[in-house]
Design a protein around this ligand. Sequence first.
Ligand code: FES
Length: 173
Amino acid sequence: MSRCDRMVDVGRRRFMSGAGLAAAGVAVTSITPIPAQAATGAARVDYPVNRLANVRDLKLNEPLNVSYPDANAPGVLLKLGKLVPGGVGAESDIVGFTTICPHKGFTLNYGAGDRTMNCPGHYSRFDCEAGGQQIWGQATQNLPQYVLRVDDKGDIYAEGVDELLYGRLSNVL
Ligand code: FES
């Protein structure tokens, strides 16, 4: 080890021991770990409970345009005809997704043949039968899926979203 390397190493150890922090004007006693719940909870808020449609409005494998959690957030409801992750209704087959690509915000198109949402921007694809799982492309997250509930009249409510919507800095609305 050269003399220079030794000096860097000593300096690093001294800094990590706290002497360096004190010298830098940082109060060592003020460093406390952030509880995991507090660290993750900061990005979450309560979403509004919005009625999106009624089960009678849906046709098998045809997207119904909606918006959630506000008018600037377009999405779709889908009745897929089989039990799917996050599905609600009598057959647990009704799901909802944003139609804004999580990569760079292009509007997604529904492919009824393979039940995917498809991006014309950079060709990311998301599987609607698998909770919006990304199956191809440049996006770095799955497609945000609505948390849905159906009441005894068949009204479909959205109560949340399971991933960060494109263009939002956090899940804070
Ligand atoms: S905007 Fe959709 S893949 Fe880039």
